[in-house]
Design a protein around this ligand. Structure first.
Ligand SMILES: Cc1cc2nc3c(=O)[nH]c(=O)nc-3n(C[C@H](O)[C@H](O)[C@H](O)COP(=O)(O)OP(=O)(O)OC[C@H]3O[C@@H](n4cnc5c(N)ncnc54)[C@H](O)[C@@H]3O)c2cc1C
Length: 322
């Protein structure tokens, strides 16, 4: 365990926001937790957080290099929470176990992938996670959850609903020794003969053609969730805007494209202060240089206001505002 006092978190969040933490404790997933008597925040790679002010307590940062990945004979892979998810995906493909390739190049750690139930290109964490080992910080004891007990939903889970209650240590993924590509996402339909490595490369390339690379422009990826509305709302907006993309039935309603709504509200490519809306993808808010958390929040609120006014729809942030 390493302890640092009063340090900048700029290198520890992909938005590149320069706030300070009173204390940062770097721990391995297996290490006993320090006694925490002040506010604390568990941080993976900081790719889904927006810091709006200095953090007054302890940031628990997971060591990305600690502990090994284990593969069981049935193809179950057990990975430490601090490991970078994309590194794990590379590891699995090198050993001939499949199922994670569509999640290639999503920034962040294994632990946070279950908090957010990350998803991309037709696959979500919930499709491959079989068990989560955690530490219950309230009852001070180790616990384990089956996939069902994780209560995964669209970019959410049990762990997101009670932040700070569980410290995720390890994630078990149910993978397969047989490669069966998931090409349900339209842009992948043309790749039926691609190997897993080629599919991974295509997805990585596609992703960075639409998103800002964290080393060039800070962001948290998609800032808002795609809103899920009932059929009457979908039909109303579709009749007023026939060019709106078809919505897919999902989560008990119809999932609309938040990016399209933001674009139509006139925000694509615009900036406010030092925060901007990514010109190639209106769902992404980014740091144009030296941006602060309150600037990101002000831009997000202006977008929410205009989308509400124009479409009667409330956009909910996917990113976590701290
Ligand atoms: C360019 C870009 C593209 C992205 N694309 C996608 C995408 O396609 N799909 C997608 O779903 N997401 C995407 N994201 C969002 C982000 O990558 C994911 O949410 C990712 O899971 C965050 O991982 P992290 O380690 O950075 O988590 P952090 O931002 O560090 O933390 C996220 C949350 O998880 C909690 N947490 C982290 N680790 C633990 C742990 N071990 N135990 C308990 N709680 C923990 C934190 O407290 C926090 O609440 C993108 C982000 C960026 C910057």
């Amino acid at each position: 365990m390493k302890v640092y006092e009063n340090i900048s978190l700029r290198e520890y969040n992909t938005f590149g926001i320069d706030v300070r933490a009173r204390r940062v404790v770097v721990i391995d997933a297996d290490e006993p937790l320090p006694v925490l008597e002040e506010p604390f925040l568990i941080l993976g790679a900081g790719s889904d957080v927006v810091f709006t002010r200095d953090y007054p307590g302890t940031v628990l940062l997971l060591n990305p290099d600690a502990a090994d990945v284990v593969m069981q004979p049935d193809g179950t892979v057990v990975a430490p929470a601090g490991m970078v998810l994309d590194r794990l995906i590379q590891w699995t493909l090198e050993r001939g176990v499949y199922g994670l390739e569509n999640l290639s190049a999503i920034p962040g750690t294994v632990g946070a992938s279950v908090v957010q139930n990350v998803g991309a290109y037709g696959v979500e964490a919930k499709d491959v996670v079989s068990r989560v080992e955690a530490y219950d910080l309230l009852e001070r004891r180790p616990v384990a959850f089956s996939a069902e007990e994780c209560r995964f939903g669209y970019r959410t889970s049990l762990f997101k609903s009670q932040p700070g209650r569980w410290f995720i240590r390890r994630v078990h993924y149910r993978l397969s020794h047989t490669y069966t590509p998931n090409l349900t996402y339209r842009a992948l339909e043309a790749l039926p003969h691609a190997t897993a490595a080629e599919l991974r490369q295509s997805i990585t390339d596609l992703r960075w053609s639409k998103l800002p690379k964290p080393e060039e422009h800070g962001s948290a990826g998609s800032f808002f969730k795609n809103p899920v509305v009932d059929e009457a709302v979908y039909r109303r907006i579709k009749s007023e805007h026939p060019d709106m993309p078809e919505a897919h039935a999902a989560e008990g309603g119809y999932k609309l494209s938040a990016g399209w709504l933001i674009d139509r509200a006139g925000w694509k490519g615009r900036t406010m202060g030092r925060a901007g809306v990514w010109p190639k993808n209106a769902l992404v808010l980014y740091n144009t240089g030296g941006c602060t958390g309150p600037e990101v929040v002000a831009l997000a609120e202006a977008i929410q206001h205009d989308v509400q006014q124009q479409f009667g729809i409330t956009l909910i942030p996917e990113a976590i505002i701290v």
